[in-house]
Design a protein around this ligand. Structure first.
Ligand SMILES: Nc1nc2c(ncn2[C@@H]2O[C@H](COP(=O)(O)OP(=O)(O)OP(=O)(O)O)[C@@H](O)[C@H]2O)c(=O)[nH]1
Length: 212
């Protein structure tokens, strides 16, 4: 299982209005739910966040950002740099439906890339007809570090900014759907409304499981 997994949890949660990682999701903090779902997939699981001693309670190491204030790209850099293995899956902390089956599929792909990333079709994209690259549900190789560092030092914080400098392998949406038909893996619970929707969805899934 030579894949590290890092969960980024150092954001400001401005849209949520309070730390989303600690919000109660069916009896446990959202961050704990994410960690538990991926724990069986790796021998090297950790959190990237700066100045959050309260995250120590989750029983995995918490590493501080090496470029504090550099947002998600800084978090990705730190994740790769701190990873025990050459490849690191980087996840956002607000993904309540992160899907172990899809992640196992990603983990088993031939290692012929610097970035392995789900690419969702353009029609669903909020980015004006461009595909959506799920940058916080992607595997990054250690070989990305120099390219990311150059961007960070130039204060270019857009995550995909360094992609032209490395080998990016996209996983097309139709392949993703074979593992996650509704693409729930990428649903961010980052506003009160989306959090409420996710809770309702998870509750009805639990109910369905009880009835089956
Ligand atoms: N370690 C670390 N994680 C970050 C940083 N900025 C964002 N993240 C994480 O990256 C993921 C995506 O962040 P966003 O949802 O875009 O930003 P956010 O700050 O959490 O929330 P908003 O303030 O509502 O945008 C979340 O898991 C954040 O915790 C950072 O500077 N350091």
């Amino acid at each position: 299982m030579r894949l590290s997994i890092a969960v980024l949890a150092g954001g400001q949660s401005r849209r949520m209005g309070r730390d989303k990682a600690l919000l109660d999701f069916l009896g446990e903090p959202l961050l704990q739910r994410v960690l538990e779902r991926v724990r069986p997939l790796t021998d090297d699981l950790f959190i990237v966040a700066t100045g959050r001693p309260e995250y120590e309670r989750f029983g995995v190491r918490v590493v501080a950002d090496r470029f504090p204030g550099a947002g998600a790209l800084g978090g990705i850099y730190t994740a790769i740099a701190e990873a025990a293995f050459e490849r690191c899956l980087v996840l956002a902390c607000d993904l309540p439906f992160v899907n172990p089956g899809l992640l196992r599929f990603m983990r088993e792909q031939p290692f012929d890339y610097d970035v392995l990333i789900p690419a969702l079709a353009a029609e669903r994209s909020e980015q004006g007809g461009q595909e959506t690259l799920e940058t916080l549900h992607a595997i990054y190789a250690r070989s990305c570090l120099p390219a990311i560092e150059r961007r960070l030092r130039a204060s270019q914080l857009k995550v995909i900014g360094f992609f032209p400098d490395v080998r990016v392998r996209r996983i097309p949406e139709e392949v993703i759907r074979q593992h996650d038909p509704e693409l729930l893996s990428f649903f961010n619970a980052n506003t009160p409304e989306s959090f409420a929707w996710a809770l309702e969805r998870a509750r009805s899934e639990m109910q369905q499981n009880l009835e089956d």
